[in-house]
Design a protein around this ligand. Structure first.
Ligand SMILES: [Zn+2]
Ligand SMILES: [Zn+2]
Length: 239
């Protein structure tokens, strides 16, 4: 059915080298794509922005500082708020960890939910909101379950938070300059605490993923079982 296996935009299988497709994780400074065998460093302040190297992180600081401090101050505000309402600080930390551990899965879910293969322009109209429930667990990967998902106007994020909106627009411009369709926005929310995950998406001609109507089942399955080995490769099974 497909010229290539429904391989990921995230990675190319080392055993089946395919023409390089742009991954979803780009160094925010130089635009380098994260490869399966490399590990990007996460900015420790905002826990959102990624870099290929310490050099890139250092040289980007001047332009990253504003959005970084903004994001971190939101985290600590929600932390205080959360503690006031009796939710443990663990939720805040856990959510960051969750988003980072499931970034491939969440990016894929956003791609499916926004139907970007059929409707690439949706990337600028809508965002995927993933609502989570928190459950105390000794296994840090199993502390959240998917409560519900919603499609919301992307302006829900970009209008309410000008700095975040600006950051998304900047990523989008860069992505489209290199042939991508733009930046998909995924919002991970647990109670009052939320995190915005911007995902750069490749051009439709390079997207070889299947469109999957059962993406929500797949998302629930991986989140519930705490599995972080999701790879958007398979065409028939749930992986
Ligand atoms: Zn870099
Ligand atoms: Zn940062």
């Amino acid at each position: 059915m497909y010229a290539q296996p429904a391989a990921a935009n995230y990675y190319s299988s080392p055993s089946h080298p395919t023409p390089k497709q742009r991954g979803y994780r780009m160094c925010d400074s130089c635009g380098t794509i994260e490869q399966p065998n490399t590990r990007f460093r996460l900015c420790g302040g905002c826990m959102t922005t990624q870099y290929c190297s310490q050099e890139c992180q250092k040289s980007h600081w001047a332009s990253h500082k504003a959005i970084c401090q903004h994001t971190s101050s939101q985290i600590s505000t929600s932390k205080q708020h959360a503690m006031g309402t009796g939710i443990d600080e663990d939720v805040v930390r856990g959510l960051r960890k969750f988003t980072s551990a499931h970034s491939t899965l969440l990016g894929w879910a956003g791609f499916q939910a926004l139907q970007l293969k059929r409707m690439p322009s949706n990337v600028r109209q809508q965002a995927l909101l993933v609502e989570l429930n928190y459950r105390p667990s000794s296994d840090s990967l199993r502390r959240f379950s998917v409560k519900a998902t919603h499609l919301v106007p992307r302006t829900y994020v970009t209008d309410n938070d000008p700095l975040v909106g600006e950051d998304i627009r900047r990523r989008e411009e860069r992505c489209r300059k290199t042939g991508g369709i733009g930046t998909a926005v995924i919002i991970i929310q647990c109670g009052e605490i939320s995190q915005v995950m911007p995902v750069e998406v490749d051009s439709p001609s390079k997207i070889s993923w299947d469109s999957r109507d059962d993406w929500l089942d797949v998302l629930r399955h991986f989140v519930d079982t705490g599995r972080t080995d999701f790879k958007p490769v398979s065409t028939t099974s749930r992986g």
